[in-house]
Write a protein that binds this ligand. Structure first.
Ligand code: ADP
Ligand code: MG
Length: 481
């Protein structure tokens, strides 16, 4: 089989549950969880005569995502009914947007900052979720929880611009980063608040037409989306090489086996009979509203990443890590208000602080030391009053228990302050050199590695307190003399 002569074409459809307080068209609570069927007013239950009322926050969050992905925002929006019968859909239809998605023609950048690729966003539209059918709790019955029915979603549809499972992984990671960063959605794929369907086809390299696509559902992690795509590409190529034709169908991912299986063919696909929703008036988005949302948005991760690389001189890797989460950005931004030691600031956040967070499964918001105080610690280390390792290993664990103590006071208390007094260190250096005259001669004959031995001596004589920078400089000066 000649895999190399094929190219994969992939487009993703991502559903994100919006972090609104109430549902899309009623005042029911939109929270995840809660006892089954407790967030269900007559509107959610689809009782005859009840009317939907549009939740403005849904549009605000959809527009936020649209702006973050460089989309055009539509002024005149219509709602549409998507009709189908299912037990977890009491109304018999979902209110969605069909011909007039609120956001169109955007893009998301993937890849490392200098070799970026743009993945087109075809559309983002608003819709409501259905309830939840629970098949595994009872041996005879399917149980239905309508708490989720009517909660607001956005669906983000990409252009067929992705070419591999790896690119899909990057794209989805970027989407999740954005929705979390902007508090649009909690981005939890295991709980299903972020869901992804993958459309996959293959074609001969150089072909101008796309192949027939297959839609794969039921991947509950970004990694599984990649696995499903990788498998599907192989399966389709093997089928074509076998002389079979790919038929348009919907398949489901089996995470245990790492394979996909057919759910329904195109012939069995739904016909939703979309028509304009008669119970809701058209929605007009004023330019002023868009501008208000735009001006209230924080700098986006990609922009910050570029700024950290170009203006603060951080590596691409560090800049990407620092901008992965909103809470980290907030802290780092506050920290660099108090220090210009940018590299050291990044090292602290990505090193000792992150280790402390990880050890307790904590979030950056849980870090109790104020940014100004951490900046003061960086200064102490820079001045040689405290070594990095003493600060990270001995001071930090105590500091998080009493974060209001100033770092110099705490370092004093813990007896970690280094001796920087040159005269004092010079005396120790002289003693060390005098104790090993033969080693001094060897050093001068070219055995430069012996500097470690003298450093050890100076450290011992200072009881570990000598500032290594000062000691090294003095040793070198005297040995080279
Ligand atoms: P449908 O009408 O089946 O919903 P759409 O044209 O709306 O199809 O596309 C749905 C998704 O499938 C989009 O993300 C799009 O980029 C992707 N897609 C469309 N055609 C192909 C193809 N031939 N191969 C892979 N993905 C495709
Ligand atoms: Mg479609």
């Amino acid at each position: 089989m000649n895999k190399e002569s094929y190219e994969a074409v992939i487009g993703l459809e991502v559903h994100a549950q919006l972090l609104t307080k109430t549902k899309a068209y009623s005042s029911d609570i939109a929270e995840y969880g809660g006892d089954p069927n407790t967030h269900v007013s007559v509107v959610t239950l689809g009782h005859p005569g009840t009317l939907p009322v549009f939740n403005k926050r849904t549009a605000e969050l959809a527009i936020t995502m649209g702006l973050a992905t460089h989309c055009k925002i539509r002024e005149h929006n219509l709602f549409a009914r998507k009709n189908y019968f299912y037990a977890d859909l009491p109304k018999g239809y979902q209110i969605t947007q069909d011909q007039t998605p609120i956001c169109t023609e955007g893009y998301v950048e993937i890849g490392e900052s200098r070799k970026e690729k743009r993945i087109g966003i075809t559309r983002i539209h608003m819709e409501e979720d259905a309830g939840k059918s629970i098949h595994e709790l009872d041996p005879y019955f399917t149980l239905i929880d309508l708490n989720r029915a009517g909660t607001p979603l956005i669906e983000i549809v990409s252009e067929p611009d992705l070419r591999s499972g790896e690119e899909a992984y990057e794209y989805l990671t970027e989407i999740r980063k954005l929705v979390r960063y902007l508090a649009i959605c909690d981005g939890n794929m295991e709980e299903g608040s972020l869901r992804c369907d993958a459309n996959i086809s293959v074609r001969k390299k150089g072909a101008s037409e796309f192949g027939v696509k297959v839609e794969v559902k039921n991947m509950n992690s970004i990694r599984n989306v990649k696995r499903a795509i990788d498998h599907e590409i192989e399966r389709q190529i093997a089928a074509i090489e076998n002389g079979e034709t790919i038929s348009q169908e919907t398949r489901s991912f089996d995470a245990a086996a790492g394979t996909t299986f057919s759910m329904r063919s195109k012939e069995a696909a739904h016909d939703y009979r979309y028509f304009p929703e008669p119970d809701l008036p058209p929605l007009r988005i004023h330019a002023a509203m868009v501008e208000e949302i735009r001006s209230g948005m924080p700098a986006l991760p990609k922009e910050l990443q570029k700024r950290y690389e170009q203006e603060l001189g951080l590596s691409t890797y560090d800049a990407a890590l620092l901008t992965a989460e909103k809470s980290v950005v907030t802290y780092f931004e506050a920290l660099i208000q108090h220090t210009t030691r940018y590299k050291a600031a990044a090292n602290w956040i990505l090193g000792p602080v992150r280790e402390w967070l990880n050890a307790g499964a904590r979030d950056m918001d849980d870090f109790p030391v104020a940014p100004a105080q951490l900046a003061a610690l960086l200064a102490l280390i820079d001045e040689g009053k405290l070594s990095f390792s003493a600060a990270a290993q001995q001071l930090l664990p105590v500091w998080v228990e009493e974060p209001d103590t100033a770092p110099d006071a705490l370092a004093q208390k813990l007896n970690l302050i280094q001796e920087t007094d040159e005269a004092f260190i010079e005396q120790l250096v002289d003693e060390a050199l005098k104790a090993f005259p033969d080693k001094v001669a060897e050093y001068r004959n070219g055995k430069k590695g012996l500097i470690g031995l003298f450093m050890g001596e100076v450290m011992k004589r200072s009881k570990g307190k000598a500032d290594p920078k000062v000691a090294t400089a003095l040793l070198q000066k005297k040995l080279e003399a």
